[in-house]
Design a protein. Structure first.
Length: 370
């Protein structure tokens, strides 16, 4: 393509997309009608120059009349539902507009001396009048259909915007339930370490800073890659390991294929926090987290030593974490998730220990709520 044609093509495309939908429909609709009308006049007059001249002069008149009909309908027919009275108005104004078109054509023929072979004077008036009355009535019906469709789309858009605003507000509310909850526990842990283990307390503060940086970034980023969520979990687990020392052992593994998968921000943190808080305290606590892609779905398995009664966190009103997770799953993955809590036996190293298994399967990308 020559270099001068590319900018011109872009300008034409920009001009076209900048037109209102009504005028796009006008140009396309009447352009197609002009082609059909030209063929029809060629068959009628048996002369292409005459057919082309009349078509070129009549089509702008049809565009102006239809634009005027649009203004008339906006004043006389409110809404988009067509009643018997509305149809009568459409027929009346379409016929009146057809009279104008027929008058223009008759004037052109009279000035130029063109006539239609084998047609009587009555035919030269009656046939075009009926023809253009049907054409303009059809245009009017299409206009009301288009107006109804635009109103439907506008209503749908307003509904989507309202739902998005409600969703964003709910997500923020759910997040606010979690952050102060964890922050209180973490700061208590730092305070306990300061007198006897100041270096450990400093390390905990650094991890807490990393965690809070991720949390604050998540206010404006409701969806993050899995690796960003894992980085936050790792900071959280380091804080807890500093608090509990050798009593807590953690394992965090993420498949490389899953690291870039989008996930709702801070969705996993309350599950891991629940595993740490309500896991077994007799001797040691183990928490394992595995994140992988299985059949194109994100599968998260969180295992901790303990019993299912403790994991549900119902004692002393501690159920906020799991309730929050379930609600956020409904918000971010509506109908596209499974979440189960189960109890299993111990492993080969500790066969007598019970373990709680939280399994989360997420299909597709999360709704961001933005």
């Amino acid at each position: 393509m020559p270099p001068m044609q590319a900018p011109l093509k872009e300008k034409v495309r920009a001009w076209w997309h900048g037109l209102p939908l009504f005028w796009q429909a006008q140009i396309i609709g009447w352009g197609l009608f002009a082609v059909v009308d030209l063929v029809n006049r060629q068959l009628t007059y048996h002369s292409f120059p005459i057919a082309l001249a009349i078509t070129v002069m009549v089509c702008p008149v049809l565009v102006l009349l239809s634009t005027g009909l649009r203004a008339v309908y906006a004043r006389t027919i409110p809404g988009t539902r067509l009643s018997t009275a509305s149809l009568a108005i459409i027929v009346a104004f379409s016929t009146a507009s057809a009279v104008v078109v027929v008058s223009v054509v008759a004037g052109i023929r009279q000035v130029s001396g063109w006539s239609i072979p084998l047609w009587h004077p009555f035919d030269e008036v009656a046939v075009p009048l009926i023809h253009y009355s049907f054409v303009l009535s059809g245009w009017s019906i299409c206009y009301f259909w288009m107006r109804a469709e635009l109103d439907r789309r506008a209503d749908h858009q307003r509904t989507m915007v309202a739902e998005a605003e409600a969703l964003r507000a709910e997500i923020q509310q759910l997040r606010m339930q979690l952050d102060p909850h964890f922050l209180f526990n973490a700061l208590n842990g730092v305070a306990e370490e300061i007198p006897e283990h100041p270096h450990a307390a400093l390390a905990m503060m650094r991890d807490l800073t990393d965690y809070l940086r991720h949390s604050l970034a998540g206010i404006d980023t409701p969806v993050v890659p899995v690796h960003a969520e894992v980085a936050s979990l790792a900071a959280y687990l380091r804080i807890q390991e500093a608090r509990f020392g050798k009593k807590l052992r953690t394992h965090l593994h993420t498949d490389h294929a899953a690291s870039m998968r989008p996930i709702a921000n801070f969705l996993l943190q309350p599950l891991v926090e629940n595993a740490v808080k309500h896991g077994a305290r007799g001797g040691h606590l183990e928490v394992g987290i595995n994140i992988a892609l299985v059949a194109n779905a994100l599968k998260v398995v969180i295992v901790n030593t303990g019993t299912l009664d403790g994991a549900t966190g119902r004692r002393r009103g501690r159920g906020i974490g799991l309730k929050n997770v379930r609600r956020r799953l409904d918000v971010h993955y509506p109908g596209r998730h499974t979440f189960t809590l189960s109890e299993a036996g111990g492993d080969a190293e500790h066969p007598s220990e019970s373990r709680v298994v939280a399994t989360l399967v997420l299909e597709g990308e999360p709704c961001s709520g933005s």
